[in-house]
Ligand binder design. Sequence first.
Ligand code: ZN
Length: 93
Amino acid sequence: MANHVSALDGKRVSGMGSDGEWGAVTKAPMSRELVWIEQQRFRGFGCSECGWRFNPSSAPTGTSFDEMMRNFELQRDTAFTSHVCADHSKGVR
Ligand SMILES: [Zn+2]
């Protein structure tokens, strides 16, 4: 039944807190979020706390739209999770 949860549990996502407490995300060092950004020169996902933006290195692959979306989201989430806010300070105003 709870396929999602058990799959995640098996992978042991680092920095996720303890024992699958989904409400415990506030423990994260920074309350950064993946946000949608719309600007003249950029339209896409970025970080709410710094200047990081998601630039897909390649078009998502997959045999179906669903699979492409899944691959895209995975790529996006992985990139977001692994970026360091301090490296992308909002210098540009
Ligand atoms: Zn950031």
